[in-house]
Every structure is written in structure tokens, then in C-alpha cells.
Design a protein. Structure first.
Lengths: 82, 401
């Protein structure tokens, strides 16, 4: 599984999840922070559930506290998946 | 000491459509919102009011409450900020069961996929106070906010509690009502198991053939304002909430007291709270569930509380047109009563054909009927009774012509 996970795949999944949570699609970029997207801790728990389901990567709420942007989550998922 | 409180706005989402006027006009016209034995709010589209984020952060019972509250506040002429100090505006919203659809969905996830997959939104969506919290948050109402929980009396308890908040000076205004969205398999099966719901799927309150209630969903909300505050801002006043009382049967888990003792006391005390007498009552908006036990006990209670007046006053049940909205019922029916008094009309009890022995009140069975009050301000009582023996009665008054 790990060999097949690309940054592109992770980004697509993370972006689509954030839009599903209610974020403005035009505002969802790797650089965007959670406040700008109106994403709160409840959304981040859901996001962690999604990436675990999809890529088998566990991200704890402690991890999330050190991940201030969309891109930082994508990087962590890709790193842990490979 | 009783101080009347102004009703300046009403809102409702019911099986008869979106809007308090849809409820009032369609019920008065004799239309039913019940299809296939259920009262669904098919016309309700949460996307008309809520963003995608708001909608997925609200169980259907909260979505319905938000829609009804938005309508009620707009009806009251409140702009974005509202006319009062928001710290002095309360929110009281009753529900019978709360977010039960969220609960069962998360139970399925737990069983099928494990604890780690349960949604972090599970608790905040299912909690029974969620409708009250969401209404307060959306409209920036920062006074006391909470839910009331008393099964099918919850909506009436919410409104009565709101009345007391205004009368006591705790709040200048309160957005109050009830909401329910419990048409899920679990609650349907559970009500059916106790023979509470109609196996034929027909709501015919007070009729000899009645065989249980028809489940419905929806929400009703009212804006109550201190009469002086409402006058100061030049508000249009739809009617007044003039009395309230609540009692308990202390009799049985689900069955009402057979002679309606607790219900009768609630009616008597509510009239006394309003400073009125049985002879002042022009219309009774009955709880009228279409269950064998309720309709008999409620008829007995009305006779006990109103005496001879019980046989003179029109008595009708909205549940014949929309089904039983459980924790929303008392609120939706209060909304319907406000508009019925405004228009001087007693809406009909639908589907009635066969009289039952001892159930011999004027149930308004041949279509809506005008209330002739000779320019007086008409008075109505609205009954609500809940499993657990909870009785809550509101006394409402229309404006003088």
C-alpha cells in the first residue's frame, strides 16, 4: 500500500474532504490555514479518520496541533505512508 | 400576579409545508400532510437556509428548529441584530428525543466499523439541547438557553418556561418552541411495539375507530416579548400568551390518568394563571392524539375543568392533519392556535365520522368554523400531555378587533 501513495492522491482526498466539511473550494490550497477555511478541531478529527481509512495512516489529535496548514497534513500523511 | 406577554412572531415547518401560514391555511382548509401513515416534512430543504457546513453540523431536528426560528424572528420584524440587548434574549426549545437519526447512524458505524470511526459530531448532533444551542448561536441570543424534555409536552413546557422568563424579568424576549425529527425505524418500531401508533396509519382523533397516533416531524417557534418592550419598538403583536400551568399525573409510565385528573388540574391552573374562567374560553386546541386512551382522558379532563362550558366550546386537533409531532407538537399547535385566534376560526378535526360513547364534545368535524366573539379578544387553551404523566397547558389570547 505504502508504495502507491502519492502526494497527488493525498492532496485530492484532503481537499475533497475539506470541501465536504463546508470549506470554500477556492480557498482550499496547501498553504491555507485552518482558521481561514473555518475548519475546527471537530473537522480535524474527521479529517484524521478519513486519511486513516484511505491511506492507513494514523494521525492523532496531538499531531494535528502541530499541523497548521493543509499542506502540512498532506506532507505528514505522505511521509508516514511511505 | 400575571403579566401578559406579547407573541410577535411565529414560525413552523410541518407536514403541511414550510411556514406557519402554510400550516394554518392548509389545516383550516381541511388538507392533510399525512402520507402513507407518516407526517413527513417533504417540502423542507435545509439548503435554503443553511450552508453545507451548518447543515452537516445539525441533526434534522436542529435543522427544522433553525428554519422555524428564522421564520419566527423575521415575522417579528427583527433584523440581524434584533431590537433588544442580546444578553436579555433567551432561547428555550423542547424536543422529545433529540437527534435520534444521528444516534442510530453512529451506532451502526460503531458496530460495523469500530469505535475509532464514530463521528466527533455524534454527541453534539444527538444531544437533546442541540436545537436550543443552535438557535441561540445562529441568531446571537445570549440570554438563558436550554432544552425542555417531557416527551410530547416538551414544546408546551418550553413556551411556558419562556413565559415565566419574561414575566420574572429574566429576559426581555425569548425565542421558544419545539422540534422533532424521529421518523427513524427504531422509534417507529418502538412506538408500534407499545401499540401507541396507528396500525392503519390514519389519524382520527376522538373518532370511535381511532387506533393510535400517526408519527410526524417538524418544528414550531414563537417570539415572546415583554409587552412593554414590544410596544416601545412598535411591534406588530399577533396575540398574547396569558397563562400557563404544568402538572403531573404521577400515575403510570405511559397511560394518562383515566379521568384526566392531572390534565384537568393543568387546565384549571392555567386559566387561573391567566385570571380567566372556563366561560372565557372560546376554542380548545386539543392534544387529541387519536389514541384510545388520550382522547378519552382528555375529553374527561375538559369536562372536569371547564364544566358546562366544555360542551359549548369548539375542540379540534391539529394531529388529524399533521400527525403527532411529539416534542414539537405543543409548539406547532401553539403557533396554529395563535393564527386561528387572529383569524377568528376553529380549524377542523379531520377524518372524524363515528362518535364514541362518552366522547361527546364539539370536535369541529365538518370543516373549519368561524369563532363569533363580538369584537372581544378571543381566548384559547392549548393542551399538551407527555408519556411520563407530564401535562402542560397554555392559554392564548388574540387581539381585540
Amino acid at each position: 500500500m505504502s508504495a502507491t501513495v502519492t502526494a497527488q492522491q493525498v492532496q485530492e482526498k484532503v481537499f475533497s474532504s475539506l470541501v465536504e466539511f463546508g470549506a470554500d473550494p477556492d480557498a482550499v490550497t496547501p498553504e491555507a490555514g485552518w482558521g481561514a477555511l473555518d475548519v475546527d478541531s471537530l473537522d480535524l478529527v474527521e479529517l484524521a479518520q478519513v486519511v486513516e481509512e484511505e491511506f492507513g495512516v494514523e494521525i492523532t489529535s496531538q499531531d494535528m496541533q502541530n499541523l497548521p496548514t493543509v499542506g502540512s497534513v498532506i506532507e505528514l500523511v505522505v511521509a508516514r505512508a511511505s | 400576579m400575571t403579566r401578559a406577554v406579547a407573541i410577535t412572531g411565529v414560525g413552523a415547518v410541518t407536514p403541511l409545508g414550510v411556514g406557519a401560514r402554510a400550516l394554518h391555511e392548509r389545516w383550516t382548509a381541511g388538507r392533510s400532510g399525512i402520507e402513507d401513515g407518516l407526517g413527513r416534512c417533504d417540502e423542507f430543504d435545509p439548503a435554503e437556509l443553511l450552508s453545507a457546513k451548518e447543515a452537516r453540523r445539525a441533526d434534522r431536528c436542529t435543522q427544522l428548529a433553525l428554519a422555524a426560528a428564522a421564520e419566527a424572528l423575521a415575522d417579528a420584524g427583527w433584523d440581524g441584530a434584533g431590537p433588544h440587548d442580546p444578553d436579555r434574549v433567551g432561547t428555550v426549545v423542547g424536543t422529545g428525543i433529540g437527534g435520534i437519526a444521528t444516534l442510530v447512524a453512529n451506532q451502526d458505524v460503531l458496530r460495523e466499523r469500530g469505535a475509532g470511526k464514530v463521528s466527533p459530531l455524534g454527541i453534539p448532533l444527538m444531544m437533546a439541547n442541540a436545537p436550543a444551542g443552535a438557535v441561540a448561536m445562529r441568531f446571537g441570543l445570549r440570554g438563558p438557553s436550554f432544552g425542555t424534555v417531557s416527551a410530547c409536552a416538551a414544546g408546551a413546557h418550553a413556551i411556558g418556561t419562556a413565559l415565566r422568563m419574561v414575566q420574572s424579568g429574566e429576559a426581555d424576549a425569548v425565542v421558544c418552541g419545539g422540534s422533532e425529527a424521529a421518523l427513524v425505524e427504531l422509534s417507529r418500531a418502538s412506538f408500534a411495539a407499545m401499540d401507541a401508533t396507528s396500525p392503519t396509519g390514519i389519524s382520527r382523533p376522538f373518532d370511535a375507530r381511532r387506533d393510535g397516533f400517526v408519527m410526524g416531524e417538524g418544528a414550531g417557534m414563537l417570539v415572546l416579548e415583554h409587552a412593554d418592550r414590544a410596544r416601545e419598538r412598535g411591534a406588530r403583536v399577533l396575540g398574547e400568551l396569558v397563562g400557563y400551568a404544568a402538572t403531573s399525573d404521577a400515575h403510570h409510565l405511559t397511560a394518562p390518568h383515566p379521568e384526566g385528573e392531572g390534565a384537568a388540574r393543568a387546565i384549571e391552573l392555567a386559566l387561573r394563571d391567566a385570571g380567566l374562567e372556563a366561560g372565557d374560553v372560546d376554542y380548545v386546541n386539543a392534544h387529541g392524539t387519536s389514541t384510545p386512551l388520550n382522547d378519552r382522558a382528555e375529553t374527561a379532563a375538559l369536562k372536569r375543568a371547564l364544566g358546562l362550558r366544555a360542551s359549548e366550546v369548539p375542540v379540534s386537533s391539529a394531529k388529524s392533519a399533521i400527525g403527532h409531532l411529539l416534542g414539537a407538537a405543543g409548539a406547532v399547535e401553539a403557533v396554529a392556535t395563535v393564527l386561528a385566534l387572529r383569524d377568528r376560526v376553529a380549524p377542523p378535526t379531520l377524518n372524524y365520522a363515528e362518535p364514541d360513547e362518552g366522547l361527546d364534545l364539539d370536535y369541529v368535524t365538518d370543516g373549519a368554523r368561524p369563532l363569533h366573539v363580538d369584537g372581544r379578544a378571543p381566548v384559547a387553551i392549548s393542551d399538551s400531555f407527555g408519556f411520563g404523566g407530564h401535562n402542560a397547558v397554555l392559554v392564548l389570547r388574540g387581539m381585540a378587533a
